[in-house]
Design a protein around this ligand. Sequence first.
Ligand code: ADP
Ligand code: 5GP
Length: 207
Amino acid sequence: MNPEGMLLVISAPSGAGKSTLIRMLCRDFPGFGFSVSYTTRPPREKEVHGKDYFFVSREQFQGLMEKNFFAEWAEVHGNFYGTPAQQILDSIREGRSLIMDVDVQGARQIKNSLKRGVYIFVFPPSLEELRQRLMQRGSDPAGVIKNRLQNAVLEIQKSDFFDYWLVNDEINASHARLKAIVMAEMLRPSFNPDLIRKITSGERHDS
Ligand code: ADP
Ligand code: 5GP
């Protein structure tokens, strides 16, 4: 009996360090896939089409929306972002675990529609630190950073439905806490549906 894959949904205000943490987590759990979203935002330097996002025009995005291609979509900071539904369902049903990086509105929609998943919200240690990280990343002009900081407050205020709250203060400590969440989730009975049968029938199981 194969368990369903784990659906790990991670949200955070932009600049809190979610991409950095997800990159670290992907190295810990190389079997985990990453759900690649579609966006109308232009690519940042070093971002790769098909790996970070599928970068599409507004017209293409609209066309996909009309075909119900997305499990959820949202307008964030003036750009559209959407999660392809089939990709998530195929992956989970085949037992492959998946990490998703979506904004708070998207996470809520996915929780309501798929009724499964582990929901983690990453906080910055403070708004001032968030501002500094956005400046240091150097990928957004000053006006965009101001807008992202205002959105951060709204997102934090709506984060009560997540299963875990992770404050990303020191990166290695935050990474260890995130890894601990995933390891604990792997010990749930639903993730090990065959364990009772195996042990009672005399088989050995190593984690
Ligand atoms: P997000 O994906 O949430 O928008 P990033 O992962 O791009 O955020 O991180 C934003 C910036 O902050 C990057 O320059 C990153 O290197 C830096 N950063 C991430 N986590 C930390 C941390 N714990 N302490 C200091 N800087 C961090
Ligand atoms: P960025 O432009 O910094 O990559 O992402 C901006 C915001 O859009 C982030 O909060 C990110 O989580 C969110 N986002 C990325 N992909 C999706 C998606 O498919 N759906 C939704 N709802 N939000 C997304």
